[in-house]
Design a protein around this ligand. Structure first.
Ligand SMILES: [Zn+2]
Ligand SMILES: [Zn+2]
Length: 783
């Protein structure tokens, strides 16, 4: 007799209806479903429905087979999304009928490695959950004060995963053998730690150690106690975290903070402050609901918030700024530092200046020996380095400015499929991007590629992204700037290259993040990017889609007197703006007369100085005119300080500006009238905050007026705002308000940085679009 099991007609006819109505289905779930407690949740759900079968991870996600009654199976498939853990991200569920096999139970089985192409996504690191924190503080718990406590809903992921599918053997936890107690939890479907891959306890997991030159070493709890005591005495302790080393120091001790700054060679750049709870943070910053939610999110980013003027934080933590970067502990170890230690800790990347964060114990000892007084380390390897992420709330929405721990490797959906594209990104705030089918994987923040260590981190990140994605790049996308290290690397890769103009990439990245294809009016305001004509752009209004763009307007250019070195010396740009507007240099009375004369001589020889339209340069110019900053020690410093001044400047009208065009040339936004008015205001002793506020409003108005002019001759009425200048909350909010008031639809960034940290995503999208649609007319050639 033929096998009719699973066939409903024969089931109805059979006297053994109960046994023969058993059906089986295969269910395939893709997305971020590994390392998030998905299999245990499935196991519990299937068991509750009296289904048998199995669940396992494989290269594509989670593979499930279930067997049982028709109704129970149908319920399982329809309710599957609802029982998935909150941190899982399901992209697709496919189910297919299978012949029943008749097993007796539901099991989690070993990961399948078929050698198939990888589609699974690994989640980002997750801050400790409330239950783990409760155990951490419970003296009767076997993990009391154990800094590596975690469960299926929390703990390290991206930073410890070497390979997919995600299971313990593929992580840096592999060398630690589970003890009997941990093994019981790991094997028990009813337990919170059922298949928690980094599961560990003091008996079987990683251990802390304390070392320092001339200091007695210690391990375990004693190591923690020694580190906490040193922090309380104002000493600098390097602490090994999940994604790298952090340097910690008491944030209320100005002497300790200045020692850290001197040793780290970071004179001015603001430092972030960690406290144990939100209530503690509210003693030092004002927080709104969005900021509080962001601080408490599993990503636990640094949030830039308005500083309280009467708070206990040392003034040299964020000098000259009204904002403070604050965050909550993202690991159990960081929680423990507040047990008996300072209430507020400066926590900054364990590196010198802009180098990448130190990774292993030997690397840290070598690089941080001159910075840290002691080291609190452990014996679990860091596989992928990840800095702390930075978020700022703009127009009521959280915007990621530095995308790293907690956000990486979340994917972004692409509109086009194609070959695997690796996008090399820019030069500063580097991040790379790899495509896999319709997904883009944007790497963590790598940093500025201007030193050998950073470049090694860049290459390491490219390799790890490929391993995690299970793909080998077939095409490389890169910036037009031939001097960028990433561009040189791309051109030397031996793969076909696609060059993408810098500001086009910014706008494309904003389009992709918003799920749009364009065309839009793209406002790309940043420091500097190579233009199609070989000059430096950066105050650009483009009509752009994912494939191409053309320039409709730009800010008036300024000469970089003395070449690109002027970028580090805003007073040179301020002087150029004055000379450009026909004003004398008397606002720079504090600059030595011979230096001013030298600059005037440079001005008289325009061929010696490249001209740049960068909005960032205009911020530099005005900050210098205001006397806020003549030379900078970190990228964007003058603009950040000008924004801080403007934030307390109140509401004022914009300065005058002009719009001019010649023939087919793009509109030029002429800021010379504003420069003359600013000089007059400053001579008349108008306060710097007022001048700064009026300048911000001038740029916002200029953006809106130029966009309106473009729309009148046929440009779209959707505007995408991108480029590093939109990290500026005031500019962003004012420009958005001006555009909305003129009936524009405004797109902006949220999860992808508007600065060069998001550039690679745009490069990848443009490259894929061109590969799918051809290059067309007037587009930059393949390099
Ligand atoms: Zn937990
Ligand atoms: Zn154990």
């Amino acid at each position: 007799m033929p096998n009719h099991i699973g066939d409903s007609w024969s089931a109805c006819m059979s006297p053994l209806a109960e046994s023969v109505t058993r059906v089986r289905r295969g269910v395939r779930v893709s997305g971020t479903v590994q390392g998030v407690g998905f299999r245990p949740a499935i196991c519990r759900f299937a068991t509750r429905l009296s289904l048998t079968g199995f669940v396992r991870n494989d290269e594509e996600g989670v593979d499930i087979e279930i067997e049982g009654g028709v109704e129970a199976i149908a319920r399982f498939v329809s309710e599957l999304r609802g029982v998935a853990p909150r941190i899982a991200r399901i992209e697709a569920v496919e189910s297919t009928p299978l012949p029943p096999v008749g097993e007796q139970e539901f099991r989690i089985v070993e990961s399948a490695r078929s050698g198939a192409r990888v589609h699974a996504s690994i989640p980002a690191d997750l801050a400790p959950c409330d239950e783990c924190l409760a155990e951490l503080c419970d003296e009767t718990d076997r993990r009391y004060h154990y800094p590596f406590i975690n469960c299926t809903l929390c703990g390290p992921r991206f930073t410890i995963v070497r390979d997919v599918p995600y299971d313990r053997q593929a992580t840096t936890m592999a060398p630690f053998t589970l003890c009997a107690a941990c093994r019981r939890e790991y094997d028990d479907p009813a337990d919170r730690r059922f298949h928690a891959e980094p599961n560990a306890c003091p008996d079987c997991g990683p251990q802390l150690a304390f070392v320092g030159a001339g200091l007695r070493p210690a391990v375990g709890e004693a190591a923690l106690a020694r580190a906490v005591r040193l922090l309380g005495r104002g000493r600098i302790v390097a602490i090994k975290g999940a994604g790298g080393f952090l340097l910690a120091v008491d944030a209320t001790d100005a002497g300790a903070v200045s020692r850290l700054r001197a040793r780290k060679r970071r004179p001015d750049k603001p430092l972030a402050v960690m406290a144990r709870t939100l209530a503690e943070l509210q003693h030092i910053v004002h927080l709104d609901a969005v900021e509080r939610a962001e601080l408490k999110s599993p990503a636990r980013p640094i949030v830039l918030a308005r500083a309280r003027q009467d708070g206990p934080i040392a003034v040299n933590v964020a000098p000259g700024l009204g904002e403070l970067g604050v965050f909550l502990p993202s690991t159990p170890l960081q929680h423990l530092l507040f047990d008996g230690g300072p209430r507020f800790l400066v926590m900054t990347s364990g590196n010198l200046s802009e180098e990448p964060i130190a990774r292993d114990n030997a690397d840290a000892h070598q690089r941080l020996a001159g910075v840290a007084d002691a080291f609190l380390i452990h014996d679990r390897d860091i596989h992928a380095r990840a800095d702390d992420s930075v978020v700022r709330v703009v127009s009521g929405r959280a915007r990621v400015l530095r995308r790293s721990r907690g956000f990486v490797p979340d994917t972004v959906a692409l509109p086009t499929v194609g070959p695997c594209v690796l996008a090399a990104g820019g030069e500063l705030k580097s991040a790379v991007c790899l495509t896999r089918g319709k997904q883009a994987m944007l790497s963590q923040h790598i940093g500025d590629l201007d030193n050998a260590d950073a470049f090694a981190f860049f290459e390491e990140t490219v390799a790890r992204l490929g391993a995690l994605a299970g793909r080998t790049p077939e095409v490389v996308a890169h910036d037009l700037h031939s001097d960028y290290r990433a561009t040189r690397w791309a051109r030397a890769s031996g793969l076909p290259c696609i060059a993408v103009q810098h500001h086009h990439a910014h706008i494309a990245s904003c389009l992709v993040e918003n799920g749009r294809a364009g065309p839009v009016l793209g406002v790309a305001f940043d420091g500097t990017g190579m233009g199609l004509d070989g000059t430096l752009w950066g105050g650009e209004i483009l009509i752009a889609d994912l494939g191409s763009f053309h320039r409709v307007a730009h800010l008036r250019s300024l000469p970089l007197l003395g070449g690109e070195a002027a970028v580090r010396a805003p007073w040179r740009i301020g002087a150029a703006a004055l000379l450009d507007a026909g004003e004398p240099l008397d606002l720079f009375g504090d600059v030595a007369p011979e230096r001013r004369r030298a600059l005037e001589q440079l001005w008289a020889r325009p061929h010696l100085s490249p001209r740049a339209t960068g909005a960032g340069r205009w911020f530099d110019a005005v900050a210098a005119l205001c006397g806020l900053r003549h030379e900078i020690s970190y990228d964007g410093q003058a603009a950040i300080e000008l924004e801080a001044a403007a934030a307390v400047g109140g509401e004022h009208p914009p300065y005058d500006f002009g719009l001019s065009s010649e023939g087919d040339a793009p509109l030029a936004i002429d800021l010379r009238p504003a420069v003359r008015a600013i000089a007059a205001d400053l001579h008349a002793k108008v306060g710097v905050p007022v001048v700064a506020a009026r300048f911000h409003r001038t740029l916002a108005r200029a953006i809106a007026v130029a966009c309106s002019a473009a729309r009148e001759v046929g440009a779209p009425s959707t505007v995408a705002l991108s480029g590093g200048c939109f990290q500026n909350r005031l500019l962003s909010e004012l420009a958005t308000a001006e555009l909305v008031a003129r009936g524009f639809d405004v797109l902006s960034h949220a999860r992808i940085p508007c600065n060069d940290g998001g550039l690679a995503l745009g490069q990848a999208a443009v490259a894929l679009h061109r590969l799918a649609n051809g290059f067309g007319e007037g587009r930059p050639p393949c390099a």
